[in-house]
Design a protein around this ligand. Sequence first.
Ligand SMILES: [Zn+2]
Length: 329
Amino acid sequence: MKNSKILPLLMVSLSIISMSAKASPDLDCAQGLAAYKKGDYKFSAQLFQKALKAGKQNPVVLLYLGHSYLGSGDKTLALRTYHDLVDQFPSSREAGVALQCIRKLDPNYKNKIVLPSARLAPETSDFGSKLVIIPPRLGHPAVSQTTIETVRRAIRSVPPHIIRILEKGQATITLSPNSIDRWAEGADTPAGDGETRTCGEVPGHTYHCEGRGPDINIFERCKPRGTNKLNEPYEQSEIFRISLHEIGHGVDDLLQLSTDPKFIAAHRRDVSNLSVEDKERWSYYTTPIEACAEIIGGLAGPKEVNPYTADMIKCFPQTTRWLKERLRL
Ligand SMILES: [Zn+2]
């Protein structure tokens, strides 16, 4: 493949790079850009690399470094740089461009798992700002700004001591159009034990990850099995509730609450006290791990608990009391 075919589509705004800057990394960027425009890709790569080393870590610089490598014929380094960009700034516009380049350079890429690394933007300790947004694939619509705000609002409603548990435990939280936009495979497989829905059909999913924190996922749209098309987004109130529910799973994954014998005993008592109708209505929460997530979501979220969760919590009083004490909620 000829590199020149790729380069024209990569022109993105360079407004982040200040042309008049006197500071050295900014000057390197400006000179790097000038060299890049002249087609001196080897020299521009050197300058962008220098700027990165001097702390100019931003998606535009990484993108142009990748392009410079590509222009100078080093496909391996170009790919590595594009992957770094997607990993470090997954929600940036430049990451979307980098993904296009990766797919052109590596036709097998679509068959691989797309998993952003756990590295998160270090500039703030606000967990909501670390929300990773996965760009759409397969012609899907990108996650809407409204949904991004809803998930951030849900995160902001959680008390700081619970957020600290997640942060200390290296939890990550990711928002994707659907599971299939993040992982090319497995969307039509069952979402879990005893789960009738597929991974593409659930609005959230939290994965336990060995050696690092739980991988909390929110999905904006359902992908019915057997098609790649996505439905309309879930209601914002549902996305809000699911965000809290999945945060509940994240906390449970770190603190191992739903496997605690005292939790299990309280939950078993609540289940045995349910009326026949309630047992039917709340059958999903007769599984300890699901009851745990939903109750934590209800307790950790805003004072005004959504009516569905409030009703559920009323039916699990002993489990709720145990979690309330255990988590100081
Ligand atoms: Zn769940």
